[in-house]
Design a protein around this ligand. Structure first.
Ligand code: 0XW
Ligand code: MG
Length: 369
């Protein structure tokens, strides 16, 4: 089997409803990239990468397409089932840009599943359950708005809520946490996510002011070192997210006892292959994770579900997906939807999602043998 063609699409993802507000970013639209690998026999694998805007992390949509354009010519003629070799070829051709490479990696896993008549989760060791928990992120808002959303989303079946803080007066963050805590049902977990928007002093004060409220404190500060300092002065478990930029960062954080869990975005570390390694390391270390991504449509959502389905439930905090903010589906026949706060593991081979190209514009670039 050989890669005969690689097509790359750009697609706008306007946010349905109010802007998505985090400590350091407010988003109204995203720019995603879909990739299709086609073999000489016509078998297809799909991948996607969607940075959370150009200022969130060292990633951006045009950069993803440029990086994919850099590596694609080196992959023509390669066997897409040899995923380790594909990744090796990508790293030989381009240093870094793991987020961009994740789309190619995803497409290879999708294609492998179809070639081996298996779902991606089956290739990763098998789904432990037929559905997994999702969670809902409550954007920066007033205490009243946040608690209203918390009530609504718990009614919809979510058993984990993530409350965004940071980038505003500390008093507002503290008031929001208290207000949301008042409406948390028994069994609903709370994550307070600052997306690096707090300095150490404010993070310490927030934790102290909310010491009687049970939550995990996700990525409070900008840097890894600030997190280490906070850790000595915090009343809450600390989970790291944005600073875990690759598997080496994860190993360092575990060695340093820097975190009690990790909010993971599969594209950031390089895709399904690398996220499988994250899963294994955290399982050995007994550290819980989420299996998320920055943003994206059905393909990214499916990848997060397939990964999450293979994480031991005791160490799995859920998969966030962007579907609630996106109008329509890439694959209307197999849409990825949250139901009762949970996500069904796709049942068909590969990712279980095949984008309808009639819903896409023309590819922005195509590489062929
Ligand atoms: C909630 N998420 C997984 C979605 C947005 O990309 C932000 C992210 C997070 O937890 O930081
Ligand atoms: Mg986070």
């Amino acid at each position: 089997m050989k890669i005969h063609r690689i097509d790359v699409w750009q697609k706008d993802l306007p946010i349905q409803g109010p802007a998505y507000k985090m400590a350091l970013q407010t988003l109204t639209a995203l720019d995603t990239t879909l990739v299709r690998i086609t073999t000489e026999c016509g078998q297809e694998g799909w991948g996607e990468v969607c940075p959370l805007g150009p200022a969130y992390q060292p990633q951006h949509a045009a950069g993803a397409r440029a990086a994919i354009g850099e590596v694609a010519p080196h992959l023509l003629g390669e066997n897409p089932l040899h995923i380790e070799r594909i990744n090796s070829r990508m790293h030989q051709a381009l240093c870094g840009s793991l987020y961009a490479k994740s789309a190619i990696d995803m497409a290879c896993w999708d294609l492998a599943g179809k070639a081996y008549n298996a779902r991606v989760c089956d290739l990763l060791g098998g789904a432990i359950n037929t559905e997994i928990p999702s969670y809902y992120a409550i954007g920066l808002s007033s205490p009243e708005e946040a608690s209203a959303v918390a009530i609504k989303k718990q009614t919809e079946g979510f058993q984990r809520l993530q409350l965004k803080v940071g980038g505003r007066a500390l008093e507002e963050d503290i008031a929001c946490i208290h207000k949301v805590a008042e409406v948390l049902q028994s069994g609903t977990a709370l994550a307070v996510d600052a997306n690096r928007g707090l300095n150490v002093s404010d993070a310490m004060q927030l934790s102290a002011a909310c010491r009687d409220i049970r939550f995990i404190f996700e990525q409070p500060c900008q840097t890894y070192e600030q997190g280490l300092h906070l850790r000595k002065n915090c009343h809450h478990p600390i989970w790291l997210d944005e600073v875990i930029e690759d598997v080496n960062c994860l190993l360092r954080a575990i060695r340093d006892n820097a975190a009690d869990g990790f909010g993971m975005k599969q594209s950031r570390v390089g895709g399904i292959s690398q996220m499988r390694t994250v899963r294994e390391i955290c399982a050995v270390a007994g550290l819980p994770i989420t299996c998320d991504d920055s943003w994206g449509g059905d393909l990214v959502a499916a990848a997060c579900i397939h990964l999450g389905a293979t994480v031991q439930p005791s160490l799995f905090a859920g998969s966030w997906i962007a579907a609630p903010y996106i109008q329509g589906h890439d694959d209307p026949q197999h849409p990825i939807k949250i139901s009762n706060g949970r996500l069904k593991v796709p049942e068909t081979h590969g990712l279980g999602v095949i984008p309808d190209t009639r819903l896409l514009a023309s590819p922005v670039i195509t590489f062929t043998l």
